[in-house]
Write a protein that binds this ligand. Structure first.
Ligand code: MLT
Length: 324
């Protein structure tokens, strides 16, 4: 059944009954939330917290389906084409819903036109992490080593257009180097490869490697922000260390396929708002190093505005960094 057919059926039923069909009873069965990256990484961890919020506040199970590949664009494409009946939603980020399409000329979805925004959930700064034995202890030592040995370096990322790819693109272009970029289905497998020494460095939202940084099995050299992360207070920022071009925060957010009835979107918005206001959820996000979306940044409009403004702000920089 196509999305357009479902939308037409819903519209017809609404006209006959005078009420949006399905919306009152929604949700009457379990919901699928597509997370477009590997299990155990930042998108998955954050997405599962959000799936739990929806499960509790909508009264139906929200099942996470990890559909990986191509920097999250395969999962995004699948979600964009799903029936717009509220039973499939998407958990995306600044990559999938603002920046990634710029890297794929033939991409089959439009991040702005093919999704209904539900709301922003949490924002994390990125951090530069190196393998334990990497011969640099500070960002300036890292830059000196990387410039002298660009051909020896392997950078891990979650696919072209993912936020780990974009963060290190900003870093590498600020250093003027083009090391080998090795794609994975998410940054959880990148981290595993770094633990066995196959990957030299990655750029990932702080929650992705918090446990390993604390355990000392990898080292964090710079927070890509003006502000230190309370979860890694000893790690200086890129700005403090003289590399302000490496500045990137990742916003994770929920979306539905375009055409999803407004009353259903409103149920999601209300459920997310309740969840983000809960003390337990706020504590969990704080422990992961996230800034939770404050009330004035919640809901569809702030999310749509943010994705548009991030695209406008970063695409020229990324195109220049990619040599376009
Ligand atoms: C992940 O969740 O695996 C990554 O953070 C995704 C990404 O780098 O965009």
């Amino acid at each position: 059944m196509t999305k357009h057919w479902v939308a037409a059926a819903i519209l017809t039923a609404s006209i006959i009954t005078g009420a949006p069909a399905h919306a009152q009873d929604f949700p009457a069965r379990p919901i699928t939330m597509i997370v477009p990256f590997a299990v155990g990484g930042p998108a998955d961890i954050t997405g599962r917290i959000v799936a739990d919020i929806f499960t509790r506040h909508l009264g139906q199970r929200v099942i996470v389906e990890n559909i990986n590949g191509a920097g999250g664009t395969i999962g995004a494409q699948r979600a964009a084409r799903a029936p717009a009946d509220g039973y499939t939603i998407f958990f995306g980020h600044t990559g999938t819903n603002a920046l990634a399409p710029a890297f794929y000329p033939d991409i089959a979805y439009d991040p702005q036109k093919d999704f209904e925004p539900i709301g922003l959930t949490a924002e994390y700064p990125e951090v530069l992490v190196v393998r334990k034995e990497f011969p640099a202890k500070t960002l300036s030592e890292f830059v000196a080593y990387a410039k002298a040995n660009p051909n020896k370096l392997n950078v891990g990322h979650a696919g072209v257009g993912s936020v780990s790819y974009i963060g290190c693109l900003l870093l590498n272009s600020a250093m003027g180097i083009k090391p080998a970029l090795i794609p994975f289905t998410g940054t959880a497998p990148v981290l595993n490869a770094m633990l066995v020494g196959e990957i030299d460095y990655e750029c990932d939202p702080v929650l992705g490697n918090l446990a390993q940084v604390r355990a000392g099995t990898v080292r964090a050299l710079a927070i890509a922000s003006k502000k230190r992360s309370p979860m890694m207070p000893d790690v200086p920022t890129s700005h403090e260390q003289g590399l302000p071009e490496f500045d990137f925060a990742v916003n994770y957010a929920a979306f539905a396929p375009v055409g999803t009835p407004k009353p259903i979107i409103e149920k999601y918005v209300a459920a997310l708002n309740k969840g983000l206001s809960e003390e337990g959820v706020q504590k969990r996000f704080a422990e992961l190093g996230a800034e939770i979306a404050e009330p004035d940044r919640r809901g569809p409009k702030p999310l749509a505005d943010l994705m548009r403004s991030e695209a406008a702000r970063l695409l020229p920089i990324l195109n220049a960094a990619a040599g376009k």
